[in-house]
Design a protein around this ligand. Structure first.
Ligand code: PMP
Length: 423
Protein backbone atom coordinates (compact mmCIF):
# COMPACT_ATOMS: atom_id res chain seq x y z
CA UNK A 1 0.00 0.00 0.00
CA UNK A 2 1.61 3.28 -1.04
CA UNK A 3 1.47 6.50 0.87
CA UNK A 4 -0.57 8.11 -1.87
CA UNK A 5 -3.09 5.29 -1.87
CA UNK A 6 -3.37 5.22 1.89
CA UNK A 7 -3.55 8.99 2.19
CA UNK A 8 -6.35 9.14 -0.32
CA UNK A 9 -8.10 6.19 1.33
CA UNK A 10 -8.01 8.12 4.62
CA UNK A 11 -9.54 11.23 3.11
CA UNK A 12 -12.08 9.73 0.69
CA UNK A 13 -15.03 9.79 3.07
CA UNK A 14 -13.59 12.50 5.28
CA UNK A 15 -16.16 15.27 5.83
CA UNK A 16 -13.35 17.72 6.64
CA UNK A 17 -10.84 18.67 4.03
CA UNK A 18 -8.00 18.33 6.55
CA UNK A 19 -5.37 19.55 4.09
CA UNK A 20 -7.36 22.77 3.64
CA UNK A 21 -7.99 23.07 7.38
CA UNK A 22 -4.26 22.64 7.96
CA UNK A 23 -3.62 25.74 5.86
CA UNK A 24 -5.40 27.77 8.58
CA UNK A 25 -2.65 26.91 11.09
CA UNK A 26 0.49 29.05 10.66
CA UNK A 27 2.69 26.84 12.85
CA UNK A 28 1.96 23.82 10.65
CA UNK A 29 3.26 25.61 7.56
CA UNK A 30 6.84 25.50 8.85
CA UNK A 31 9.33 23.07 7.38
CA UNK A 32 12.35 21.61 9.15
CA UNK A 33 15.95 21.67 7.82
CA UNK A 34 15.12 18.74 5.57
CA UNK A 35 12.11 20.40 4.00
CA UNK A 36 9.66 18.26 5.97
CA UNK A 37 6.53 19.66 7.49
CA UNK A 38 5.68 18.68 11.04
CA UNK A 39 3.32 15.73 11.54
CA UNK A 40 1.80 17.04 14.76
CA UNK A 41 0.21 14.13 16.63
CA UNK A 42 0.04 15.57 20.14
CA UNK A 43 -3.19 17.56 20.18
CA UNK A 44 -4.45 15.66 23.23
CA UNK A 45 -1.78 17.54 25.20
CA UNK A 46 -2.42 20.89 23.52
CA UNK A 47 -3.79 21.75 20.11
CA UNK A 48 -2.31 24.17 17.60
CA UNK A 49 -4.07 27.49 16.96
CA UNK A 50 -5.61 28.72 13.72
CA UNK A 51 -4.79 32.19 12.43
CA UNK A 52 -8.25 33.45 13.45
CA UNK A 53 -7.45 32.74 17.11
CA UNK A 54 -3.99 34.30 16.93
CA UNK A 55 -5.51 37.31 15.15
CA UNK A 56 -8.23 37.63 17.79
CA UNK A 57 -5.57 37.82 20.51
CA UNK A 58 -3.54 40.38 18.57
CA UNK A 59 -6.64 42.43 17.72
CA UNK A 60 -7.66 42.48 21.36
CA UNK A 61 -4.29 43.86 22.46
CA UNK A 62 -4.09 46.27 19.50
CA UNK A 63 -7.62 47.60 19.68
CA UNK A 64 -9.53 46.72 22.83
CA UNK A 65 -7.14 46.13 25.73
CA UNK A 66 -8.41 47.47 29.06
CA UNK A 67 -9.43 45.99 32.37
CA UNK A 68 -13.04 44.86 32.34
CA UNK A 69 -16.18 45.39 34.41
CA UNK A 70 -14.76 48.36 36.32
CA UNK A 71 -14.07 51.05 33.74
CA UNK A 72 -16.62 53.64 32.74
CA UNK A 73 -14.71 54.60 29.59
CA UNK A 74 -15.45 53.23 26.15
CA UNK A 75 -12.43 50.94 25.78
CA UNK A 76 -13.17 49.15 29.03
CA UNK A 77 -16.82 48.79 28.05
CA UNK A 78 -15.74 47.31 24.71
CA UNK A 79 -13.38 44.83 26.41
CA UNK A 80 -16.12 43.85 28.86
CA UNK A 81 -18.59 43.32 26.02
CA UNK A 82 -16.12 41.13 24.10
CA UNK A 83 -15.35 39.06 27.22
CA UNK A 84 -19.04 38.47 27.92
CA UNK A 85 -19.66 37.74 24.22
CA UNK A 86 -17.03 34.99 24.50
CA UNK A 87 -18.92 33.55 27.45
CA UNK A 88 -22.09 33.43 25.35
CA UNK A 89 -20.22 31.71 22.50
CA UNK A 90 -18.85 29.06 24.84
CA UNK A 91 -22.25 28.55 26.51
CA UNK A 92 -23.87 28.09 23.11
CA UNK A 93 -21.10 25.66 22.09
CA UNK A 94 -21.97 23.26 24.94
CA UNK A 95 -25.68 24.15 24.87
CA UNK A 96 -25.79 25.58 28.39
CA UNK A 97 -29.21 26.99 29.27
CA UNK A 98 -27.58 30.27 30.34
CA UNK A 99 -24.18 31.90 29.85
CA UNK A 100 -24.17 32.43 33.64
CA UNK A 101 -23.53 28.70 33.93
CA UNK A 102 -20.09 29.11 32.33
CA UNK A 103 -17.27 30.27 34.60
CA UNK A 104 -13.98 31.24 32.96
CA UNK A 105 -11.01 29.52 34.59
CA UNK A 106 -7.46 28.75 33.43
CA UNK A 107 -7.96 25.09 32.52
CA UNK A 108 -9.71 21.83 33.37
CA UNK A 109 -7.54 21.38 36.45
CA UNK A 110 -8.65 24.70 37.90
CA UNK A 111 -12.29 23.97 37.06
CA UNK A 112 -12.21 20.67 38.97
CA UNK A 113 -10.35 22.21 41.90
CA UNK A 114 -12.95 24.97 42.02
CA UNK A 115 -15.70 22.37 42.45
CA UNK A 116 -13.70 20.40 45.03
CA UNK A 117 -12.97 23.52 47.07
CA UNK A 118 -16.42 25.09 47.00
CA UNK A 119 -19.12 22.51 46.35
CA UNK A 120 -16.95 19.83 47.99
CA UNK A 121 -16.20 21.63 51.23
CA UNK A 122 -19.80 22.79 51.54
CA UNK A 123 -21.40 19.40 50.87
CA UNK A 124 -19.06 16.50 51.60
CA UNK A 125 -19.07 15.02 55.11
CA UNK A 126 -17.05 12.32 56.88
CA UNK A 127 -17.64 8.86 55.41
CA UNK A 128 -19.48 10.22 52.33
CA UNK A 129 -18.40 8.38 49.20
CA UNK A 130 -16.74 10.12 46.23
CA UNK A 131 -16.49 8.03 43.06
CA UNK A 132 -14.10 8.65 40.20
CA UNK A 133 -12.42 6.13 37.90
CA UNK A 134 -9.16 4.24 37.40
CA UNK A 135 -8.84 5.87 33.95
CA UNK A 136 -9.01 9.43 35.26
CA UNK A 137 -6.31 12.02 34.66
CA UNK A 138 -4.54 13.16 37.85
CA UNK A 139 -6.66 16.34 37.60
CA UNK A 140 -9.75 14.32 38.37
CA UNK A 141 -8.09 12.22 41.08
CA UNK A 142 -5.88 14.46 43.20
CA UNK A 143 -8.47 17.19 44.02
CA UNK A 144 -10.82 14.48 45.35
CA UNK A 145 -8.00 12.91 47.36
CA UNK A 146 -7.31 16.30 48.92
CA UNK A 147 -11.01 16.78 49.66
CA UNK A 148 -11.29 13.29 51.17
CA UNK A 149 -8.26 13.91 53.36
CA UNK A 150 -9.76 17.11 54.63
CA UNK A 151 -13.33 15.94 55.14
CA UNK A 152 -12.90 12.29 56.06
CA UNK A 153 -14.83 11.21 52.96
CA UNK A 154 -14.10 7.89 51.30
CA UNK A 155 -12.87 7.41 47.72
CA UNK A 156 -13.72 4.63 45.29
CA UNK A 157 -12.75 4.18 41.65
CA UNK A 158 -14.66 2.50 38.84
CA UNK A 159 -12.51 -0.25 37.38
CA UNK A 160 -11.45 -0.46 33.74
CA UNK A 161 -12.13 -3.57 31.62
CA UNK A 162 -9.41 -5.40 29.70
CA UNK A 163 -10.39 -3.58 26.49
CA UNK A 164 -10.13 -0.18 28.14
CA UNK A 165 -13.75 0.67 28.96
CA UNK A 166 -15.33 1.63 32.26
CA UNK A 167 -16.75 -1.41 34.05
CA UNK A 168 -20.39 -0.31 34.35
CA UNK A 169 -21.25 -3.27 36.59
CA UNK A 170 -18.66 -2.01 39.05
CA UNK A 171 -20.12 1.48 38.69
CA UNK A 172 -23.52 0.05 39.66
CA UNK A 173 -21.98 -1.65 42.71
CA UNK A 174 -20.52 1.66 43.82
CA UNK A 175 -23.76 3.51 43.08
CA UNK A 176 -25.58 1.12 45.41
CA UNK A 177 -23.58 2.84 48.18
CA UNK A 178 -25.19 6.17 47.20
CA UNK A 179 -22.11 8.32 46.59
CA UNK A 180 -22.22 12.06 47.01
CA UNK A 181 -20.33 12.66 43.78
CA UNK A 182 -19.56 10.73 40.60
CA UNK A 183 -16.70 12.25 38.58
CA UNK A 184 -15.42 10.70 35.35
CA UNK A 185 -13.81 11.52 32.02
CA UNK A 186 -16.04 11.65 28.95
CA UNK A 187 -13.01 10.60 26.89
CA UNK A 188 -9.86 8.97 28.29
CA UNK A 189 -6.70 10.91 27.42
CA UNK A 190 -4.67 7.69 27.56
CA UNK A 191 -6.96 5.08 26.03
CA UNK A 192 -9.10 7.22 23.75
CA UNK A 193 -12.23 5.47 25.06
CA UNK A 194 -15.45 7.44 24.69
CA UNK A 195 -17.38 6.66 27.85
CA UNK A 196 -21.20 6.51 27.78
CA UNK A 197 -21.45 9.81 29.63
CA UNK A 198 -25.21 10.39 29.45
CA UNK A 199 -25.88 6.86 30.70
CA UNK A 200 -23.39 7.20 33.59
CA UNK A 201 -24.98 10.52 34.58
CA UNK A 202 -28.45 8.97 34.39
CA UNK A 203 -27.44 6.11 36.70
CA UNK A 204 -25.61 8.43 39.11
CA UNK A 205 -28.52 10.84 39.33
CA UNK A 206 -30.93 7.99 40.03
CA UNK A 207 -29.14 7.51 43.37
CA UNK A 208 -28.94 11.25 44.05
CA UNK A 209 -25.25 11.79 43.22
CA UNK A 210 -23.89 15.04 41.86
CA UNK A 211 -22.03 14.45 38.59
CA UNK A 212 -18.88 16.02 37.19
CA UNK A 213 -17.60 15.24 33.71
CA UNK A 214 -13.99 15.88 32.83
CA UNK A 215 -14.53 17.12 29.29
CA UNK A 216 -10.89 17.98 28.53
CA UNK A 217 -10.71 15.38 25.76
CA UNK A 218 -14.35 15.39 24.67
CA UNK A 219 -15.45 19.02 24.26
CA UNK A 220 -12.75 19.71 21.61
CA UNK A 221 -13.69 16.61 19.62
CA UNK A 222 -17.36 15.64 20.05
CA UNK A 223 -20.57 17.65 19.76
CA UNK A 224 -21.35 18.51 23.40
CA UNK A 225 -24.76 19.22 24.87
CA UNK A 226 -24.76 19.63 28.65
CA UNK A 227 -28.54 19.56 28.75
CA UNK A 228 -28.66 16.22 26.92
CA UNK A 229 -25.81 14.88 29.08
CA UNK A 230 -27.69 16.00 32.20
CA UNK A 231 -24.46 16.57 34.13
CA UNK A 232 -24.10 19.01 37.03
CA UNK A 233 -20.56 20.08 36.12
CA UNK A 234 -18.42 19.89 33.00
CA UNK A 235 -14.77 20.99 33.01
CA UNK A 236 -12.74 21.74 29.86
CA UNK A 237 -9.61 23.50 28.61
CA UNK A 238 -9.45 26.07 25.81
CA UNK A 239 -5.89 25.17 24.83
CA UNK A 240 -6.96 21.68 23.72
CA UNK A 241 -9.69 23.07 21.44
CA UNK A 242 -7.71 25.53 19.30
CA UNK A 243 -7.95 28.27 21.93
CA UNK A 244 -5.23 30.05 23.92
CA UNK A 245 -3.26 28.60 26.80
CA UNK A 246 -4.77 29.88 30.03
CA UNK A 247 -8.38 29.67 28.88
CA UNK A 248 -10.73 27.12 30.37
CA UNK A 249 -14.32 26.71 31.45
CA UNK A 250 -16.31 25.28 34.29
CA UNK A 251 -19.91 24.67 33.31
CA UNK A 252 -22.13 24.24 36.35
CA UNK A 253 -25.90 23.99 36.63
CA UNK A 254 -27.08 27.41 37.78
CA UNK A 255 -28.83 26.11 40.87
CA UNK A 256 -25.64 24.41 42.07
CA UNK A 257 -23.34 27.31 41.25
CA UNK A 258 -25.65 29.72 43.05
CA UNK A 259 -25.52 27.60 46.19
CA UNK A 260 -21.72 27.41 46.18
CA UNK A 261 -19.44 29.69 48.21
CA UNK A 262 -16.63 31.53 46.41
CA UNK A 263 -13.35 29.90 45.47
CA UNK A 264 -10.90 32.80 45.75
CA UNK A 265 -11.58 36.14 47.42
CA UNK A 266 -10.68 39.53 46.00
CA UNK A 267 -11.77 42.08 43.45
CA UNK A 268 -14.56 41.38 41.02
CA UNK A 269 -16.25 38.65 43.09
CA UNK A 270 -17.89 40.83 45.74
CA UNK A 271 -21.14 42.70 46.20
CA UNK A 272 -20.13 44.73 49.27
CA UNK A 273 -16.94 44.74 51.33
CA UNK A 274 -16.61 45.96 54.89
CA UNK A 275 -13.44 45.65 56.90
CA UNK A 276 -14.69 42.64 58.82
CA UNK A 277 -16.91 40.88 56.29
CA UNK A 278 -18.14 40.85 52.70
CA UNK A 279 -21.05 39.74 50.61
CA UNK A 280 -20.46 38.13 47.27
CA UNK A 281 -21.43 38.76 43.67
CA UNK A 282 -23.84 36.54 41.81
CA UNK A 283 -22.49 33.82 39.50
CA UNK A 284 -20.39 33.63 37.43
CA UNK A 285 -18.52 36.73 38.75
CA UNK A 286 -18.45 35.14 42.23
CA UNK A 287 -15.94 32.61 40.90
CA UNK A 288 -13.82 34.99 38.82
CA UNK A 289 -11.83 36.89 41.45
CA UNK A 290 -9.19 39.33 40.22
CA UNK A 291 -8.46 40.43 36.68
CA UNK A 292 -9.38 37.56 34.37
CA UNK A 293 -7.48 36.37 31.29
CA UNK A 294 -9.62 38.59 29.05
CA UNK A 295 -7.72 38.15 25.79
CA UNK A 296 -7.59 34.39 26.27
CA UNK A 297 -11.33 34.14 26.86
CA UNK A 298 -11.91 36.18 23.69
CA UNK A 299 -9.46 33.90 21.85
CA UNK A 300 -11.43 30.90 23.08
CA UNK A 301 -14.56 32.52 21.68
CA UNK A 302 -12.81 32.77 18.30
CA UNK A 303 -11.77 29.10 18.54
CA UNK A 304 -15.34 28.06 19.26
CA UNK A 305 -16.59 30.04 16.26
CA UNK A 306 -13.95 28.38 14.09
CA UNK A 307 -14.93 24.89 15.30
CA UNK A 308 -18.59 25.70 14.70
CA UNK A 309 -17.68 26.80 11.20
CA UNK A 310 -16.17 23.35 10.59
CA UNK A 311 -19.15 21.73 12.32
CA UNK A 312 -18.60 19.48 15.33
CA UNK A 313 -20.28 16.54 13.61
CA UNK A 314 -17.75 16.88 10.79
CA UNK A 315 -14.90 17.16 13.33
CA UNK A 316 -16.06 13.93 14.97
CA UNK A 317 -16.46 12.13 11.63
CA UNK A 318 -13.02 13.29 10.50
CA UNK A 319 -11.45 11.91 13.67
CA UNK A 320 -13.31 8.64 13.29
CA UNK A 321 -11.89 8.28 9.77
CA UNK A 322 -8.38 9.21 10.94
CA UNK A 323 -8.57 6.85 13.92
CA UNK A 324 -9.89 3.95 11.85
CA UNK A 325 -7.14 4.49 9.32
CA UNK A 326 -4.48 4.70 12.06
CA UNK A 327 -5.77 1.56 13.78
CA UNK A 328 -5.66 -0.19 10.44
CA UNK A 329 -2.12 0.87 9.65
CA UNK A 330 -0.81 0.32 13.18
CA UNK A 331 -2.30 -3.18 12.97
CA UNK A 332 0.33 -3.88 10.29
CA UNK A 333 3.19 -3.14 12.73
CA UNK A 334 4.58 -6.34 14.24
CA UNK A 335 5.16 -6.22 17.99
CA UNK A 336 2.82 -3.27 18.55
CA UNK A 337 0.48 -3.54 21.53
CA UNK A 338 -2.47 -1.23 21.35
CA UNK A 339 -4.25 0.02 24.47
CA UNK A 340 -7.97 0.78 24.57
CA UNK A 341 -10.95 -0.37 22.51
CA UNK A 342 -10.22 -2.02 19.17
CA UNK A 343 -13.03 -0.30 17.25
CA UNK A 344 -12.71 3.28 16.04
CA UNK A 345 -16.37 3.98 16.85
CA UNK A 346 -15.70 3.68 20.61
CA UNK A 347 -12.70 5.98 20.45
CA UNK A 348 -11.83 9.60 20.06
CA UNK A 349 -8.65 10.40 18.16
CA UNK A 350 -6.21 9.17 20.81
CA UNK A 351 -4.10 6.05 20.28
CA UNK A 352 -1.73 4.74 22.94
CA UNK A 353 0.57 1.87 22.19
CA UNK A 354 3.72 0.05 23.16
CA UNK A 355 6.36 -1.24 20.76
CA UNK A 356 7.88 -4.50 21.86
CA UNK A 357 11.44 -4.07 23.18
CA UNK A 358 11.64 -0.28 22.70
CA UNK A 359 11.02 2.23 25.48
CA UNK A 360 8.22 4.71 24.65
CA UNK A 361 10.60 7.64 25.13
CA UNK A 362 12.98 6.12 22.56
CA UNK A 363 10.09 5.63 20.16
CA UNK A 364 9.07 9.28 20.60
CA UNK A 365 12.68 10.48 20.17
CA UNK A 366 13.10 8.55 16.90
CA UNK A 367 9.75 9.83 15.64
CA UNK A 368 10.85 13.34 16.53
CA UNK A 369 13.88 12.84 14.31
CA UNK A 370 11.43 12.02 11.50
CA UNK A 371 9.40 15.20 12.07
CA UNK A 372 6.59 13.36 13.86
CA UNK A 373 5.53 14.78 17.24
CA UNK A 374 3.95 12.29 19.66
CA UNK A 375 3.90 12.08 23.45
CA UNK A 376 5.50 9.42 25.61
CA UNK A 377 4.96 8.98 29.31
CA UNK A 378 2.26 8.22 31.83
CA UNK A 379 -0.01 10.96 30.45
CA UNK A 380 -0.86 12.02 34.03
CA UNK A 381 -2.58 8.65 34.50
CA UNK A 382 -0.21 6.77 36.79
CA UNK A 383 -2.93 4.55 38.35
CA UNK A 384 -4.12 3.55 34.86
CA UNK A 385 -0.56 2.79 33.74
CA UNK A 386 -0.18 0.51 36.77
CA UNK A 387 -3.42 -1.21 35.80
CA UNK A 388 -2.11 -1.70 32.25
CA UNK A 389 1.16 -3.04 33.66
CA UNK A 390 3.34 -0.40 31.97
CA UNK A 391 5.21 2.67 33.17
CA UNK A 392 4.54 4.63 30.01
CA UNK A 393 3.00 4.45 26.55
CA UNK A 394 3.58 6.25 23.28
CA UNK A 395 0.52 8.29 22.37
CA UNK A 396 -0.51 9.69 19.00
CA UNK A 397 -3.53 11.99 18.95
CA UNK A 398 -5.41 13.54 16.06
CA UNK A 399 -7.31 16.72 15.41
CA UNK A 400 -8.84 18.70 12.59
CA UNK A 401 -5.56 19.32 10.75
CA UNK A 402 -4.23 15.75 10.64
CA UNK A 403 -4.21 13.91 7.34
CA UNK A 404 -3.61 10.31 6.27
CA UNK A 405 -0.08 11.35 5.45
CA UNK A 406 0.59 12.10 9.15
CA UNK A 407 -0.46 8.54 9.99
CA UNK A 408 1.75 7.14 7.24
CA UNK A 409 4.72 9.08 8.58
CA UNK A 410 4.00 7.74 12.06
CA UNK A 411 4.00 4.16 10.77
CA UNK A 412 7.17 4.76 8.72
CA UNK A 413 8.85 6.22 11.82
CA UNK A 414 7.91 3.15 13.86
CA UNK A 415 9.48 0.92 11.21
CA UNK A 416 12.64 3.00 11.50
CA UNK A 417 12.62 2.62 15.30
CA UNK A 418 12.37 -1.13 14.85
CA UNK A 419 15.27 -1.10 12.39
CA UNK A 420 17.42 0.95 14.76
CA UNK A 421 16.68 -1.32 17.70
CA UNK A 422 16.81 -4.35 15.40
CA UNK A 423 13.64 -5.86 16.84
N1 PMP B 1 -8.29 15.76 32.10
C1 PMP B 1 -7.92 15.16 30.98
C2 PMP B 1 -8.70 13.97 30.50
C3 PMP B 1 -6.83 15.64 30.25
O1 PMP B 1 -6.45 15.03 29.13
C4 PMP B 1 -6.13 16.77 30.71
C5 PMP B 1 -4.92 17.31 29.97
N2 PMP B 1 -3.99 16.35 29.63
C6 PMP B 1 -6.57 17.36 31.89
C7 PMP B 1 -7.65 16.84 32.56
C8 PMP B 1 -5.88 18.56 32.45
O2 PMP B 1 -6.01 19.63 31.58
P1 PMP B 1 -5.27 21.00 31.90
O3 PMP B 1 -3.82 20.68 32.00
O4 PMP B 1 -5.60 21.87 30.75
O5 PMP B 1 -5.82 21.49 33.19
Amino acid sequence: MTTTQTASRATVSDPLDAARVRADFPILQQEDGQGRRLAFLDSAASSQKPAVVIDALAAYYRETNANIHRGVYELSEKATARYEEARHLVAHFVNAASARECVFVRNTTEAINLVAHTWGRRNVRPSDLIVSTVMDHHSNLVPWQMLAEETGAELAHVRVTADGRLDLDHLDELLAREPKLVAFPHVSNSLGTINPAAEIVRRAKAVGAVTLIDGAQSVPHLPTDVQALGCDFLAFSGHKMLGPMGSGVLFGRLELLQAMPPFMGGGGMIRKVELGRSTYADVPARFEAGTPAVADAIGLGAAVEYLQGLGMNAVREHEKVATAYALDRLGEVAGLRLFGPADAGSRAGVISFELDGIHPHDVAAILDGEGVAVRAGHHCCQPLMRELGVVATTRASFYVYNTGEDVDRLVDGLAKAQRIFAV
